[in-house]
Unconditional design. Structure first.
Length: 211
């Protein structure tokens, strides 16, 4: 408990720039939690889902395959459903339908991730501004009282260092989260492209069965 209070007091000594710094950290944390839930729960592909849909498509049971995709608001299901709706159409039309559906999901997956990129940029700048303000305060004290009040001078320097350190820590955490989410987005895109390609192969297998 004492350690928490000491840390809180340290942040209070960071100066006025600690307010926007803490606000930006809370915003970034909110985005991290929301995106983590979206990628790991809302948009996650159930195990074996793609294999089941493709197997039905290979056997020509496109209606059953489409039903398996219904009610699932996930990227890969949307792409497969778009392909199944054009399963009997020319292959180019089927491929374009899946491509368009996949592209429409990219902004959904990237939603709010740009907030982290913004915080990465502005957090160190706000920390630097806090540093400048703290140093200005120290020099002002030095001008007014000379070297008779060293505590006031070092207090301003400490304020500057706290603001800088806070800005850097926030930026570092956001960089890790930003890269992590970008990796997940790339995995989703790859999964959609892979599923679309495999559905095209299933269509060819289904056509061979009919011959």
């Amino acid at each position: 408990m004492n350690g928490i209070l000491e840390g809180f007091n340290l942040l209070l000594h960071g100066g006025i720039m600690m307010v926007p710094l803490l606000a930006s950290s809370l915003l970034a944390l909110t985005v991290m939690i929301e995106r983590w839930k979206a990628f790991h729960r809302r948009y996650a592909t159930p195990p074996g889902f793609i294999a089941v849909v493709l197997e039905k498509a290979r056997k020509g049971k496109t209606g059953d395959a489409a039903k398996a995709c219904q009610g699932r608001e996930i990227p890969v299901a949307a792409v497969l459903k778009a392909g199944l709706e054009h399963f009997q159409n020319p292959s180019d039309e089927m491929e374009i339908a899946m491509k368009n559906e996949a592209e429409s999901w990219v902004p959904v997956l990237e939603k709010r991730v740009h907030v982290l990129d913004t915080v990465i940029t502005i957090a160190p700048l706000m920390g630097l501004l806090g540093t400048i303000m703290g140093m200005m305060s120290s020099f002002q004290v030095l001008t007014q009282s000379g070297v008779d009040d060293p505590y006031s001078i070092t207090g301003g320097i400490a304020e500057a260092l706290v603001a800088t350190a806070t800005g850097l820590v926030i930026a570092l955490v956001c960089v890790i989260a930003h890269n992590y989410f970008n990796t997940l987005i790339k995995n989703f895109i790859y999964e959609m492209e892979s599923a679309a390609s495999r559905l095209m192969e299933a269509r060819m297998a289904s056509d061979r069965r009919k011959r």
